[in-house]
Design a protein around this ligand. Structure first.
Ligand code: GTP
Length: 426
């Protein structure tokens, strides 16, 4: 089932600006409805299905003083205020209402910012933030601010509790921590966090008060990504959180680009070694057997020559999908080693099932049909499996040699090397 699109009510009397907001919202994946007056805004709020968010112009012909904001909030719709009024009084008045954000329409950048905010608002419900502060009232205030932006919020009273919650919730993206706390200081808490959670997995914002400004740099030196000096203004609070999360998302995307093969979405060769080297080393140290299998599509050049490269690519993708389905990530690490060659790292706990699993896999692959338009292509694979406890490079070399034997013996075969004893032609 397709997910419901987010809905934005645009309350704006200027048609060009309303169109601009509509464009930005559509780019962010929202459905929109424009109300050019307060009266229309109220009518839509009453008659339409729920809106997720409204962008509200502070000044409308029939609502010159932000009255439309109250109307939107009264219908329990979150409001982003867009205004051309830049005076401190208006700002204060707007921020005293429970609005999501306040965006002065100073330049085109305001609309870029709105676009980012809309994107965030849609994804925030999936993002977990942990607040660590021993002051209950301040913690509640932060929870309230974050929930206004639809983040999932967890709370801890001190660093030790914070570490426990991180352990139980590995999907937390951001930690906001105070410094002056019982049990452990915020700075020590941050340095403890960094022993386990690198910056590409978790961001941390430290809180320091105006009297202890030097804390800010100590937070950063100990691994925080950013800091906020209390008291902070709301816009700064939200901007810094959004910026930290954006940074984290870029890092995750970069890591994905570096590790994941773009055609098959499996690990690439580089990531395979990164994921398995320590596991293999541990097996060698403990003298515990593990296994490595090399899998290669048979006569793949002919697939390209006879059906074209698109079919070749489709066959590679098909095999990758089959590998993912048959060899679960708990027991196996699969990667595209290069071209039409794949590798599987078999963890010691899965050794007993690997020979049967590979034999069955080979048979199932031979039955597959990959279809592009009218063209149908079948393919087979050969494999080499080594079960031993050599270092990883040697295991791969031996698996490759076993694979070569399968090719020599007529293809569509798995050759097994158990501690140097070769069993060919399964
Ligand atoms: N379509 C497509 N072809 C690729 C890709 N990577 C490598 N190839 C092709 O894969 C073919 C591999 O051919 P060979 O190494 O001769 O092996 P083979 O034809 O599979 O023969 P055997 O391994 O001996 O069974 C080459 O023609 C490469 O151009 C890819 O990503 N997509």
């Amino acid at each position: 089932m397709q997910a419901r699109k987010h809905r934005l009510l645009i309350v704006e009397d200027s048609k060009p600006i309303a169109s601009l907001i509509q464009y930005v919202a559509k780019e962010a994946g929202y459905e929109t409805q424009i109300a050019t007056t307060m009266a229309k805004c109220v009518e839509y709020l009453r008659t339409h299905e729920t809106f997720d968010l409204a962008s509200v112009d502070y000044n409308l012909p029939d609502a010159p003083d932000g009255e439309a904001i109250d109307a939107v909030l009264a219908h329990r719709v979150a409001a982003v205020v867009m205004t051309g009024k830049l005076d401190a009084q208006t700002r204060e008045r707007v921020l005293n209402k429970a609005v999501v954000d306040y965006i002065p329409k100073e330049s085109a950048e305001a609309f870029n910012y709105l676009g980012k905010l809309l994107t965030r608002f849609a994804v925030n419900p999936k993002i977990k933030i942990l607040i660590v502060d021993d002051a209950t009232a301040f913690r509640s205030y932060l929870v309230h601010l974050l929930e206004r932006h639809r983040y999932q919020v967890l709370e801890a009273e001190n660093g030790a509790q914070g570490l426990q919650i991180l352990e139980q919730n590995p999907d937390i993206s951001l930690v906001i921590t105070d410094h002056e706390m019982p049990v452990m200081s915020g700075i020590r808490f941050v340095s403890e966090i960094r022993k386990k959670y690198p910056k590409e997995r978790l961001c941390v914002i430290g809180l320091s008060s105006t009297e202890t400004q030097s804390l800010a740099s100590r937070f950063i030196q100990n691994g925080a990504n950013d800091f906020l000096i209390k008291p902070f203004c709301l816009e700064e609070f939200y901007c810094r959180i959004a910026q930290s999360l954006e940074h984290l998302e870029y890092m995750v995307r970069l890591k994905r680009l570096a590790d994941i093969d773009s055609l098959t979405a499996l690990y690439n060769r580089y990531a395979f070694f990164k994921e398995t080297e320590a596991l293999a080393l541990r097996c060698v140290e403990k003298q515990q057997a593990y296994a490595v299998a090399m899998i290669d599509i048979d006569l793949f050049k002919k697939v390209n020559d006879n059906y074209g490269h698109d079919m070749g690519d489709a066959v590679i993708v098909d095999l990758a999908q089959q590998l993912t389905q048959h060899f679960s990530a708990n027991d196996f690490i699969c990667a595209r080693f290069g071209g039409e060659e794949f590798v599987i790292f078999i963890k010691p706990d899965a050794l007993s099932k690997i020979e049967d699993a590979l034999a069955q896999f080979r048979i199932q692959i031979a039955d597959r049909v990959v279809q592009i338009a009218e063209q149908r292509c079948q393919y087979t694979i050969s494999g080499g499996l080594v079960v031993a406890c050599w270092d990883l490079d040697k295991m791969i070399q031996l698996a490759d040699e076993a694979l070569y034997r399968s090719k020599e013996n007529g293809r569509n075969k798995i050759t097994i090397d158990r501690m140097g004893v070769i069993d060919g032609g399964q």
